[in-house]
Design a protein around this ligand. Sequence first.
Ligand SMILES: *Cc1c(COP(=O)(O)O)cnc(C)c1O
Length: 339
Amino acid sequence: MIVDLRSDTVTRPTAAMRAAMLAAPVGDDVFDDDPTVNALQDFIAALLGKSAALFMPSGTQSNLCGLMSHCGRGDEYIVGQNAHTYRYEGGGAAVLGSIQPQPLAHLPDGTLALADIEAAIKPDDMHFARTRLLTLENTLGGKVLPLSYMEAATSLARSHGLATHLDGARLFNAAVAAGGDARVAARAIADHFDSVSVCFSKGLGAPVGSALVGSTELICRARRHRKMLGGGMRQVGMLAAAAAHALDHHIDRLADDHALARRLAEGLAAIPAMQVVPPQTNIVFASVQGGRGAALLHHLKSQGVLATGLIGLRFVTHLDVDTAGIDRAIAATREFFSA
Ligand SMILES: *Cc1c(COP(=O)(O)O)cnc(C)c1O
């Protein structure tokens, strides 16, 4: 049995989720005819306190449709250097949206300094791109942005006439980490933003899909962009049913993933050669002394434990890993250093 900690995207649909997919009534969603998609969109919009939502094939397309719905050709969005929309989406905003990114360095907690945001907003002058949008991400590399920060950053943006977008691929991880009712916490985060993108295919455990939520006017524009980008889907209720099932059954259990991440971090941190960042949600970053990271990944793989090494060692917990798997990952790491 492989312990796959490369990402929370590797989950397979549960038997109950597959049953929900099989039973879903469907129709042609480009004609607005898919009842399961329509129900999912109504549900996620209401959950996050917005008037409308759009089901998307991927988080990348959801973010891009959001950005393109806020910004036109020659407009600019302010974004973190490590944000997914800037760093990990192939430059889509610039390539396909003609939107110029203005990336800013993150503070250690993942936020962007308010003074940096303010300084990056360009005056209305023909020399400059028009700064139109602030985009934040929560969680960012597994870190939770404080609610007070999101409130301050978005009101700063608004006071300068900027719109606000949240890449909430892992919004529900942030909401669960906040404690209390995760639905209330998710809504409280979304309240600060004009649009929010959420992924169903990460910790929530659906095989595919994201949603963009926002005002009816914004979602109407996003629908046109989604079609243009090739994301108009037909009898897609089978996938929307998986997302709906995930929202009904897989939000609160994200706390289990967070607990497993803490267990893994504690186990790895007890190994002298490892430096481990204490996780706030389901992502554990670690580094190894003496540049032995690649060798460790190779050894782990030989023991059936998968992780990634793109930006330091990264281990992500999810629905398809359990305590035994985490303990195997810790034991295999220990074994590498004792060999
Ligand atoms: C995964 C992810 C996305 C989009 O993902 P897709 O793979 O395109 O579905 C966007 N933002 C963040 C922060 C992500 O982790």
